[in-house]
Design a protein around this ligand. Structure first.
Ligand SMILES: NC(=O)c1ccc[n+]([C@@H]2O[C@H](COP(=O)([O-])OP(=O)(O)OC[C@H]3O[C@@H](n4cnc5c(N)ncnc54)[C@H](O)[C@@H]3O)[C@@H](O)[C@H]2O)c1
Length: 249
């Protein structure tokens, strides 16, 4: 039987490429995103590839929206096997003391609360049905300290704690929870960020031992591996995919 996945932030970037990669494994998919146009585009393409897919408009920082994408997935597909808990924003790139409280609240709301709510409601269904596999999106800034992204980095370190502690509680019941820590990867979010902060792009590429940014397809390959049974004895890991970037820090 085909597996069922939910992908948050599936209307763009890493979520979208992972959706297309999972479709190659015949996985049926719910795309949850605040961006209706991007989300619907992904769903249309998934249907062209030949899997079943639905779009649920949801702001992951709102617990009621998260519950809704979970409920609608169960209603439509009957279960949830895989969860790519991925929606996130980067912030302004300002030094911390130049950021407003409203920006701090927004980043924490989407990146950390959104991820916690997602795991809270999805894992409940997975455990009822005998288990499942979750991949949370952290970041290089979730495993090292970096300037200009203090709030973002705090949320992405939080993702690591969420990942490891869920395993401590629920691995025995059939749940696998891993995280990815991508370095700068060429998605729309990063392109926009580096267009606004060109000096940071130079600094970032120069600091990567492989001297290039990652691609969304490379990340999608890793997420697919971690979600599926190929990684069935890997649990609580935070896998860096960054061309050696954090290795040199
Ligand atoms: N691209 C990188 O270099 C990089 C590196 C490390 C980590 N990440 C992380 O990867 C994840 C995906 O980023 P991306 O690069 O694909 O960015 P992206 O901007 O291309 O995609 C992010 C998606 O999340 C959606 N989203 C934003 N806020 C949302 C909300 N409140 N509710 C629901 N959906 C929302 C957006 O609409 C968009 O479709 C993020 O968590 C990001 O922090 C990205």
């Amino acid at each position: 039987m085909s597996k069922v996945a939910i992908i948050t932030g599936g209307g763009s970037g890493l979520g979208q490429s992972t959706a297309y990669r999972l479709a190659q494994e015949s996985v049926n998919i719910t795309i949850a995103d605040v961006d209706e146009q991007g989300g619907n585009e992904t769903v249309e393409k998934l249907k062209e590839i030949g899997v079943d897919a639905i779009f649920v408009k949801a702001d992951v920082s709102k617990a009621e929206d998260v519950k809704r994408y979970v409920d609608q997935t169960v209603e439509h597909f009957g279960t949830i096997d895989y969860f790519f808990n991925n929606a996130g924003i980067s912030g302004s790139g300002e030094y911390f003391l130049n950021t407003e409280v409203s920006e701090i609240e927004q980043i924490v709301g989407i990146n950390l609360l959104g991820a916690l709510y997602g795991v809270r409601y999805v894992a409940e269904i997975m455990l009822k049905n005998g288990g499942g596999s979750i991949v949370n999106t952290s970041s290089s800034a979730g495993v090292t300290g970096q300037d200009s992204v203090v709030t973002y980095s705090a949320t992405k370190h939080g993702i690591v704690g969420l990942t490891k502690s869920m395993v401590a509680e629920y691995a025995k019941d059939g749940l696998r929870v891993n995280a990815i820590a991508p370095g700068p990867t060429e998605t729309p979010m990063v392109k926009e960020f580096y267009e606004a902060n060109p000096k940071m792009k130079e600094n970032a590429t120069g600091g990567i031992p492989q001297k290039r940014l990652g691609t969304p397809e490379e990340v999608a390959e890793l997420v697919t591996f971690l979600l599926t049974s190929k990684a069935q004895y890997i649990n609580g890991e935070v896998i860096r995919i960054d061309g050696g970037f954090t290795n040199t820090k």
